[in-house]
Design a protein. Sequence first.
Length: 100
Amino acid sequence: MKKIKLTKNDILHLINLSKLKLTAEELEKYKKQLEDTVDYINNLKELSTEQVMPTSHTNNLSNVFFDDGEENEIALTQDEALANGMNIKDGYFVIKRIMQ
């Protein structure tokens, strides 16, 4: 498969979209890494996927729903959930402010 070559403008466009600030050295470093990543992903085009069903994830997890009025017997009570908390106030976990 043909190796992908990204232009400097391609990289600058991606940097702008991601709101990153990179030095010239970082730009060259990530340009090479991004080309390698795109090449790796392009390898997937060689796979035959006609017999593969589309999926949103690769494990067998499923959501658990309860019928109206049915008791959820596996859920923790609020007291059980808060039992090992370090800083509790009025039935809630208290944490340090994250954003200013």
